[in-house]
Design a protein around this ligand. Structure first.
Ligand code: GLN
Length: 397
């Protein structure tokens, strides 16, 4: 037998059957596809959500210093203690919630890993997981890998609020987890204190957990405040709250996030995390801890900064044929293109790249069934130059 005939699938010389690999039917994520297209076609990239801006210099200095401080071996599995402590202090200062750093916080390789681990930790074969459509694209595949079934409940248009009538109709004795995202990607909508209370009432007496994706928690605009699940009696006891340093420090490439949950649920997350990544980049954790210890104003100022970007983008596209859907948070702006075309979003998006040289993100990959509205997501976390170049092109569409 030659080496060529030996394939992992045992499928002979034809090679493995790609459709037998898990999640292959999901294809490549829309973010990778769109960033690749932007590069290939030289288009202005307002697709994948990442800022044009650098992390604060003090953070870069702290990490650089820690790179030279012999933190080159594995960090503790749950996270570097000083970082866990700073996270707990930040949550206390910002939201008035008390968290035990040792037993309730886990540092993960980006929020995506935290979300994955939380889902694997509690979802068993046949369990139902409620996802509110449109939702970020990593939730459903993680549910599928766990053997669960995603039950998709559409958010109410035009404001992307939770439709509690639909949601309560979807909760069954098999509901293991409800996934909520605030500020919401892709719409920027916020879950309010009232929404959280209604959810707490709805889940009372059920065995369902809540996974609250709060990665844009600092990016809330117009004087509104982020409402974390950690401050909601009746939910906090059953909740995994997930946060991201990448999003709030302009460092999405560092892939550092964390999960906050009651001790028993944290243990469940760590059961998975220890076998997925074990631990996360030590020098970056030490550097972040030093940075947070200085109580950097950067983290308080970032909302005003991105609100300015949002408003700038809105002003630049005001005389286009797109219509703005108000965005209360995140670094995303939805634009309605129904005055330009009634084509489905993926087709319109690809047209926009080919004919006008602007990359956006369609909402279809965030949903089970394509949304009724004609919407594309644009990332406004970009320099003036980039926003101007994009807007000039969008005005021609
Ligand atoms: N969260 C980012 C977005 O929504 C993308 C993350 C990723 O590329 N996986 O655009």
């Amino acid at each position: 037998m030659t080496r060529d005939t030996v394939t992992p699938s045992g499928g002979g010389s034809a090679g493995p059957d790609p459709s037998r690999f898990k999640l292959s039917h999901h294809g490549t994520t829309i973010f990778t596809v769109m960033s690749r297209l932007a590069a290939e076609k030289g288009a202005v990239n307002l697709g994948q959500g990442f800022p044009d801006f650098e992390p604060p210099p003090q953070l870069l200095e702290s990490v650089a210093r820690q790179l030279g401080a012999r933190h080159n071996q594995y960090a503790p599995m749950a996270g570097v203690p000083s970082l866990l402590e700073q996270i707990a202090m930040r949550l206390e200062a910002r939201y008035g919630v008390t968290v035990d750093p040792e037993t309730q916080v886990t540092v993960t390789a980006g929020a995506t890993e935290a979300i994955f681990c939380a889902i694997q930790a509690v979802v068993h074969a046949g369990d139902e997981v409620i996802l509110l459509d449109p939702c970020f694209d990593c939730y459903a595949p993680a549910v599928e890998l766990a053997g669960g079934r995603a039950v998709r409940v559409p958010l109410a248009l035009p404001g992307f609020g939770i439709d509690f009538a639909l949601l309560s109709g979807a909760v069954t004795s098999r509901t293991r987890l409800v996934v909520v995202n605030t500020p919401h990607n892709p719409s920027g909508a916020l879950v309010t204190g009232g929404d959280w209370s209604r959810l707490a009432t709805l889940l009372e007496g059920t065995g369902a957990y809540v996974l609250s994706d709060e990665v844009y928690d600092h990016l809330v605009y117009d004087g509104r405040r982020h409402a974390t699940v950690l401050g909601v009696p009746g939910l906090r006891e059953r909740a995994f709250a997930v946060f991201s340093f990448g999003k709030v420090c302009n460092a999405t490439g560092w892939k550092i996030g964390y999960c906050v949950a009651p001790a028993a649920l944290t243990e469940a997350v760590r059961n998975i995390h220890q076998y997925v990544t074990f631990s996360v980049s030590a020098p970056v954790q030490w550097g972040l801890a030093d940075f947070l210890a200085t109580r950097p104003p950067f983290l308080d100022d970032i909302a005003a900064f991105y609100q300015g970007r949002r408003d700038r983008f809105a002003a630049l596209v005001a005389d286009s044929r797109f219509t703005l859907v108000p965005s209360a948070g995140t670094y995303f702006q939805l634009l309605d293109y129904s005055r330009i075309s009634d084509r489905p979003d993926v087709e319109f998006c690809s047209d926009l790249i080919d004919r006008h040289g602007v990359v956006a993100i369609p909402l279809s990959p965030f949903c089970e069934s394509p949304p009724a509205a004609r919407l594309l997501r644009f990332c406004f976390a970009k320099s003036d130059e980039t926003l101007q170049a994009a807007a000039e092109r969008l005005r021609r569409a």
